[in-house]
Design a protein around this ligand. Structure first.
Ligand code: ATP
Length: 374
C-alpha cells in the first residue's frame, strides 16, 4: 500500500499553501501536504508546532488565513464542521457521564435523525468492532481508561466519516495499553478502509501506526516519508534528532570523492574525528555539515580495530543503560564528547561483558551513517 509513489494517484486530502495566523503569530506557515485515501497518516512534532491547528482546519473548527484545503479535489472552505466527511476524536474523549456506552455511541446518530433501526444496527456493529458488546449498559465511570477510549472511537466511527481525525488519542493510556491500542487502531483502520489522520508528539506511536509521517517544526513540514525512511534517512539534524536516538557530530567536509550529487565517498573532519561516509554527496569541500549515526550502527569493542584511519574513536565507558533486549553504552572521549553505541543483549553471561570504566573502541562502517547538510 503506497499510493504516494504513484504519480497519477489523486490525493484524498490536499493542504495547499496553508497559512494560519493568530494575530501576528504564524502557527502554520505556507504548508502544502497531500494525504491519500486509506492512509494512516501522522502529524508529528513538539508542542506548539502547529499540528493540532492543521487538523482543526481540516475539521472546519478553524479557517485558514491563506491557502485552501481540498477534499477529493473539492475546496471545502466555508463548509461547516458537521457537513464535512470528517470526525474528530479528542484526547479527553468527552463522553457523556450520565449515558450508557450504547447511548454515548448512538448520540450523534440520534442528532442526525437517523431511523431507530439503523441506529441500533450501527451501535451493535460498533460495539462489536471495539470489542465492548458486554459493556453496552455501563456508564463511562464503570469503565477503564482503555475502554473509555474505545467508546470514544466507536462514537466517532458510528457516523461513518471518510476521514477520522485523532488528536493525541492514546495520551491518557499507560504504555502497555497504549501499545495494544495502537495495534487495535491499525486493525480497525484496515478493516473499515478509512483514512486516519493522527496528531501526536510521541514518535514511537507515529512510527508504529503510520503509513507515512509528516515531521513538523514551527508551522512547517520538515519531512514527509514512511517510518523507515524517516528513521534511516532523515533529511535534517532536526528530524534525525526528533526520531529515535542518534549521535550527531558537527564537522567540516575535508574531501569529496566525486562531484556534487554523485555517489562516492565524503570525508569529514569532526573536530579531530575523521569520518568517511559512502553517500551521494550534497556538500562541497569546506562546507559545515553534521555526521549522524544511530547507536545500533556503532560497534563497541575492547580490542583495537585493524583499521584506525577513519570511523573510529576511543574512550571510556561512562554510563550503561540496560534496556533488556539491548544496552546503550555512553562512551566519553578524551575531549569529553559522548558517543553512544547500542548492543543487543544476547546473554548477560558473555566472557568479557563491557562495564563502567572500561576503555573501548567504537567503530562503524562507511555506509552506516549520514551526512546532513541542514
Ligand atoms: P500541542 O501538542 O501542544 O497541542 P500543537 O503542535 O498541536 O501543540 P497547536 O495547538 O497547533 O500546536 O498550536 C500552534 C501554535 O499556535 C501554538 O503556539 C499556540 O499557542 C498557537 N495557537 C493555537 N490556537 C490559538 C488561538 N486560538 N489563538 C492564539 N494562538 C493560538
Amino acid at each position: 500500500f503506497s499510493p504516494w509513489t504513484d504519480p497519477s494517484a489523486v490525493p484524498f486530502i490536499r493542504f495547499e499553501n496553508i497559512t494560519k495566523r493568530f494575530g501576528d503569530f504564524t502557527a502554520v506557515d505556507n504548508l502544502t501536504l497531500d494525504i491519500y485515501e486509506r492512509e494512516f497518516f501522522s502529524l508529528l512534532g513538539p508542542s506548539g508546532c502547529g499540528k493540532t491547528t492543521l487538523m482543526r482546519m481540516l475539521a472546519g473548527f478553524e479557517e485558514p488565513t491563506e491557502g485552501r484545503i481540498l477534499l477529493q479535489g473539492k475546496d471545502i472552505s466555508g463548509v461547516p464542521p458537521y457537513r464535512r466527511p470528517t470526525n474528530m476524536m479528542f484526547q479527553s474523549y468527552a463522553l457523556f457521564p450520565h449515558m450508557t456506552v450504547e447511548k454515548n455511541i448512538a448520540f450523534g446518530l440520534e442528532q442526525d435523525n437517523l431511523p431507530k433501526g439503523e441506529i441500533a444496527k450501527r451501535v451493535e456493529e460498533m460495539l462489536k468492532l471495539v470489542k465492548l458488546e458486554s459493556f453496552a449498559k455501563r456508564k463511562p465511570n464503570q469503565l477503564s481508561g482503555g475502554q473509555r477510549q474505545r467508546v470514544a472511537l466507536a462514537r466517532s466511527l458510528a457516523k461513518r466519516p471518510k476521514v477520522l481525525l485523532l488528536d493525541e488519542p492514546l495520551g491518557a493510556l499507560d504504555k502497555k495499553l497504549r501499545e495494544e491500542t495502537q495495534f487495535e487502531l491499525m486493525d480497525i483502520q484496515t478493516e473499515l478502509g478509512l483514512t486516519f489522520l493522527i496528531v501526536t508528539h510521541d514518535q514511537e506511536e507515529a512510527m508504529t501506526v503510520s503509513d507515512r509521517i509528516a515531521v513538523m517544526d514551527k508551522g512547517i513540514i520538515m519531512q514527509v516519508a514512511t517510518p523507515a525512511e524517516i528513521y534511516e534517512a532523515p533529511n535534517s539534524r532536526y528530524v534525525a534528532d526528533f526520531i529515535g536516538d542518534i549521535n550527531i557530530l558537527e564537522g567540516t567536509v575535508a574531501t569529496t570523492g566525486s562531484a556534487l550529487g554523485a555517489p562516492g565517498e565524503v570525508h569529514i573532519d569532526c573536530d579531530g574525528i575523521s569520518v568517511a561516509v559512502e553517500q551521494e554527496c550534497q556538500a562541497a569541500k569546506g562546507d559545515k555539515v553534521a555526521f549522524a549515526i544511530r547507536p545500533e550502527k556503532v560497534r563497541i569493542s575492547q580490542d583495537r580495530p585493524a583499521e584506525t584511519s577513519a570511523n573510529v574513536v576511543y574512550g571510556e565507558v561512562w554510563d550503561i543503560g540496560y534496556l533488556g533486549d539491548f544496552s546503550v553504552f555512553l562512551v566519553k572521549l578524551a575531549d569529553d564528547r559522548i558517543v553512544r553505541a547500542a548492543q543487543a543483549n544476547v546473554s548477560r553471561l558473555v566472557d568479557r561483558p563491557i562495564t563502567f570504566g572500561d576503555m573501548v573502541w567504537l567503530t562503524w562502517s562507511r555506509d552506516a551513517g549520514l551526512v546532513l547538510t541542514r
